[in-house]
Design a protein around this ligand. Structure first.
Ligand code: CS2
Ligand code: MG
Length: 405
């Protein structure tokens, strides 16, 4: 007797920031949960799920995860893109959650079992200037992190990606306002950031894994210049050095520097990174479970990556929910070429809605052994936090020209 889907509900909640969650219920009462959050476009995914995909989910066999994935990918004439793939990602996560719960095993066991005991993790340190950044790095080291991403202010600018003004944790999507406009000055950034990161390396010594995110701001020539300047800092990776719709552009940067390159948090299918991987223009692929079609598709991206000695390092900011984080950890525990998981942590209000079984210890995460994904979603608590419209910032050069944020 198949376990059929009898209900698919979309819940939008905003405990400190907006999240979109899919709840799938089966004929034998098993409930699965999936993250469907796309920062700044939450309602688009909620509608795509509620108005288009959920009606077609009803009556389907919940155990047929791969068939359902193809049903919604190949069955949609207009395909790919973050909204579509986040909706499919949420369905995929929920169905893996259901299968694990129904069989009484954690999802990583369904993916082939553990290939490691724990998952190396990195988090964010941020500071407007070097002293402030060093304090933030020290705080993160004190929490046990062995890998830290360092982001700093840029002279001449009053708002910069990745840097908070004050002690609040960095949340780029401003709620209740339209897109905030941020200025950008590549020349000042290139003059300034090498000394800042060298200062961090001098402070922390050789052991700590240091990462930096250029956040799509450079062209290949500027990226090569930055990478060469940063080689003495011994970065674990330099992230998103260029916008990479044109996948061949990263090839040149890869050939000109020894710094490991990470990219891909904005990708949502294997086709967005197929050339990058097969030409080995990167070292770490960053696709997030929710944004790239769920566990089933990110698993395939990592399988292709493994052939080219590219490692998985999924995106894990606070703007993907603990459901995504958990799914990423289950996949990470069972995937040989999984390198490191980004973990910004969550506001305490988030944990009122999402109770997760993953654990952090001594710089590593583990998904836990609860059946399924191991995350409980409190619908009553979620109802306390209504959606608040939020936009990611936009960026302009000093002369007003639009650029990638
Ligand atoms: C960043 C993200 O964590 C990262 O690597 O690129 O924080 C990104 O800025 C946000 O996810 C955008 O919503
Ligand atoms: Mg990034």
């Amino acid at each position: 007797m198949p376990r059929t889907i009898v209900a698919a509900d979309v819940i939008v909640t905003s405990p400190s920031r907006n999240y979109v969650t899919l709840k799938i219920t089966t004929s034998d009462g098993v409930v699965g949960w999936g993250d469907a959050t796309v920062n700044g476009r939450e309602l688009s995914v909620a509608s795509y799920l509620k108005d288009h995909l959920a009606p077609a989910l009803l009556g389907r066999d919940a155990d047929r995860i791969e068939d359902t994935w193809n049903y919604f990918y190949k069955g949609a004439y207009w395909r790919r893109g973050p909204i579509t793939m986040a909706a499919i990602g949420a369905i995929d996560m929920a169905l893996w959650d259901i299968k694990g719960k129904a069989l009484g095993v954690p999802v990583y066991q369904l993916l082939g079992g553990a290939v490691r005991d724990k998952i190396l993790t990195y988090t964010h340190a941020t500071g407007w200037d070097l002293p402030e950044l060093l304090d933030s790095v020290d705080e993160r080291r004190g929490e046990g992190f062995r890998a830290v991403r360092a982001q700093a202010g840029v002279p001449g600018l009053d708002k910069v990606y990745g840097v908070t003004n004050g002690t609040a944790s960095y949340e780029p999507a401003g709620r209740g306002t339209g897109p905030v406009e941020e200025g950008w000055d590549t020349a000042s950034y290139l003059r300034h950031i090498p000394d800042i990161l060298a200062g961090v390396r001098d402070h922390v010594g050789p052991e700590l894994k240091l990462l930096h995110d250029a956040h799509h701001r450079l062209n290949p020539t500027e990226a090569i210049r930055l990478a060469k300047a940063l080689e003495p800092v011994d970065l674990f990776w330099l992230e998103d050095v260029i916008p990479v719709e044109n996948q061949q552009l990263l090839r040149e940067v890869r050939r000109q520097t020894s710094i490991p390159l990470a990219i891909g948090e904005v990708f949502n299918t294997v086709w967005d990174c197929q050339q990058l991987i097969t030409e080995r223009s990167l070292d770490f692929i960053r696709t997030a479970i929710v944004h790239a079609g769920g566990i089933s598709h990110v698993r395939k991206i990592l399988a292709l990556a493994e052939v080219y000695q590219v490692k998985g390092a999924p995106h894990g900011p606070s703007d993907v929910s603990p459901l995504n984080m958990s799914a990423s950890l289950h996949l990470g525990l069972a995937t040989t070429n999984f390198a490191i998981q980004e973990f910004m942590g969550y506001d305490p209000l988030v944990t009122e809605v999402f109770q997760s079984s993953y654990t952090f210890d001594d710089g590593y995460l583990h998904p836990g052994d609860e059946p399924g994904l191991g995350v409980t979603f409190d619908e009553k608590a979620a109802a306390q936090f209504p959606y608040k419209q939020a936009y990611l910032p936009i960026a302009r050069d000093l002369d007003g020209t639009m650029r990638d944020w």
